[in-house]
Design a protein around this ligand. Sequence first.
Ligand SMILES: *[C@@H]1O[C@H](CO)[C@@H](O)[C@H](O)[C@H]1NC(C)=O
Ligand SMILES: *[C@@H]1O[C@H](CO)[C@@H](O)[C@H](O)[C@H]1NC(C)=O
Ligand SMILES: *[C@@H]1O[C@H](CO)[C@@H](O)[C@H](O)[C@H]1NC(C)=O
Ligand SMILES: *[C@@H]1O[C@H](CO)[C@@H](O)[C@H](O)[C@H]1NC(C)=O
Ligand SMILES: *[C@@H]1O[C@H](CO)[C@@H](O)[C@H](O)[C@H]1NC(C)=O
Ligand SMILES: *[C@@H]1O[C@H](CO)[C@@H](O)[C@H](O)[C@H]1NC(C)=O
Ligand SMILES: *[C@@H]1O[C@H](CO)[C@@H](O)[C@H](O)[C@H]1NC(C)=O
Ligand SMILES: *[C@@H]1O[C@H](CO)[C@@H](O)[C@H](O)[C@H]1NC(C)=O
Ligand SMILES: *[C@@H]1O[C@H](CO)[C@@H](O)[C@H](O)[C@H]1NC(C)=O
Ligand SMILES: *[C@@H]1O[C@H](CO)[C@@H](O)[C@H](O)[C@H]1NC(C)=O
Ligand SMILES: *[C@@H]1O[C@H](CO)[C@@H](O)[C@H](O)[C@H]1NC(C)=O
Length: 435
Amino acid sequence: MGYLSNSQRACSWWSSLMRATLLLLCLFVLSSPQSPAITTSTATSLVGNNSKSVSDHSALISFKSHIYDDPYGALSSWDNKSLHFCQWQGVTCGSRHPERVIALDLPSLGLSGTISPSIANLAFLRRLSLQHNKLDGSIPQELGHLHQLQLLNLSVNFLEGQIPSSLANCRHLSWIHLGDNLLSGQVPQELGSLPQLIDLVLPTNNLTGAMPTSLANLSSLDNLDLSHNMITGGIPPWVANLTSVTRLFLGLNPLSGGIPSSLCRLPSLARLDVPENQLSGMIPPCLYNLTSIRILSVGFNSLGGIIPSDIGSTLPHLRYLDMLGNHFIGLIPSSLSNSSGLLRIRFQSNNLHGKIPRNLGTLQNLSILGLSENQLTAKEADDWSFLTALTNCSKLTKLEIGNNSLSGVLPNTSPQISRSSIFRRTRYLEACLQI
Ligand SMILES: *[C@@H]1O[C@H](CO)[C@@H](O)[C@H](O)[C@H]1NC(C)=O
Ligand SMILES: *[C@@H]1O[C@H](CO)[C@@H](O)[C@H](O)[C@H]1NC(C)=O
Ligand SMILES: *[C@@H]1O[C@H](CO)[C@@H](O)[C@H](O)[C@H]1NC(C)=O
Ligand SMILES: *[C@@H]1O[C@H](CO)[C@@H](O)[C@H](O)[C@H]1NC(C)=O
Ligand SMILES: *[C@@H]1O[C@H](CO)[C@@H](O)[C@H](O)[C@H]1NC(C)=O
Ligand SMILES: *[C@@H]1O[C@H](CO)[C@@H](O)[C@H](O)[C@H]1NC(C)=O
Ligand SMILES: *[C@@H]1O[C@H](CO)[C@@H](O)[C@H](O)[C@H]1NC(C)=O
Ligand SMILES: *[C@@H]1O[C@H](CO)[C@@H](O)[C@H](O)[C@H]1NC(C)=O
Ligand SMILES: *[C@@H]1O[C@H](CO)[C@@H](O)[C@H](O)[C@H]1NC(C)=O
Ligand SMILES: *[C@@H]1O[C@H](CO)[C@@H](O)[C@H](O)[C@H]1NC(C)=O
Ligand SMILES: *[C@@H]1O[C@H](CO)[C@@H](O)[C@H](O)[C@H]1NC(C)=O
């Protein structure tokens, strides 16, 4: 009995670890976005006159004056009188306008301070990358004067206040990354008027209110990430208007209501990530037909219904299937073996019954299989054949099958299995086996 309670502790420890992992995984994408290349050809409407470079110089000086801690001396070249400001670290000037700053890239330098509003005088600026520093204060609304700005990355700082609606004046903005800050207020509805917006990435802030309807205008949007905020309301049906979207991250919010079936009209949707909301109802059946889906992550909601028996054939490109912590019923579809690229299946804490399909053992890349806390059964020795089959999954590292109705004897081959690599690889197997 002591062994049993130990194992229970181990498993519940693992399930909290899993929640933490889920949180982390929200931030990663399987198919990473192509790194944005700044186009350099659109300056036709601009006057090729370098006399304004004086103001670029003073804007940079003002930027530096607002930085009070520069632990790695990143800005020391900015004091070197024998260097032109175009040679200062992090500063890039244009080739057509050789004395105008087109990019300011100072990421991950431990800079503390605020963002000087004077930066708005860098009229040719296309890229502002200040991510992963210790900047605080607010995002200056003056940034709206940067009419050439294409990329704004202020992620991972301590910026607070609201997202300035003036950013809607930066007509060329394609990438807005403001995640991991302390931003509050609503997502400005004005951002819905940015015709070239590709990434709107605002996770892990304190944003409130519903998703503004104006975002439905963003026909170029590829990646919408509002996860880990305080976004309320539901997943609006108009997300179907985001016809270019491939990734939707809306997890860890208090979103309620159902998953709209209009999502099925998104032909390129590869990742639907909505864990840890208060979503209820069924997953729209047509979503199980959306062949583009690679990651379906709906864990820790109040969703229900039967997982379709042919899911593995209708979603052939699945990598992650996370449905844990819901009310799903029915059998574990054996067709999952047809979705041969599956890396992770997490069905824990649902109401699934029946036997564990042995052909899951054909998933050669399967790394995590979580089935605990369901009503899965095993009585006959043959019901345990899934375990033998899983020894073929050479990448399996976590197998959780505790708190089901698995009884009887382990397969005859169990001595071989316990000597085989599966027991060495699946650290949690023994801890989670409760028979
Ligand atoms: C099994 O259920 C018990 C009681 O609900 C719980 O304390 C334990 O953490 C569960 N174990 C697993 C492996 O889920
Ligand atoms: C640049 O602008 C200044 C003042 O606006 C003007 O005097 C000068 O002639 C211009 N130079 C060129 C090359 O256009
Ligand atoms: C200033 O820059 C020049 C040219 O790169 C360099 O030779 C010189 O050592 C720098 N001076 C200081 C004080 O860093
Ligand atoms: C923005 O910065 C974050 C944090 O360092 C990084 O993960 C992301 O790739 C950056 N995005 C762009 C478009 O530069
Ligand atoms: C969204 O588009 C509609 C028509 O396409 C337009 O009337 C509306 O002003 C746009 N909203 C925003 C916020 O740009
Ligand atoms: C988030 O916003 C809410 C409502 O505006 C506020 O009560 C709360 O203190 C904020 N939390 C943080 C961490 O800023
Ligand atoms: C979404 O697109 C449809 C069809 O193009 C249009 O009728 C509808 O007004 C759009 N919804 C929003 C909220 O813009
Ligand atoms: C899924 O696709 C199949 C084949 O195209 C079709 O027969 C079925 O009706 C679709 N199901 C839903 C719910 O769209
Ligand atoms: C896998 O897909 C094939 C072809 O669609 C189908 O005949 C077979 O029954 C599927 N396997 C399972 C286990 O569903
Ligand atoms: C398994 O993973 C490897 C390495 O990532 C990949 O090359 C292979 O195609 C995957 N197998 C399947 C069936 O997807
Ligand atoms: C494991 O894979 C081998 C080779 O593909 C196959 O012959 C064997 O039947 C598989 N074992 C199980 C238990 O599925």
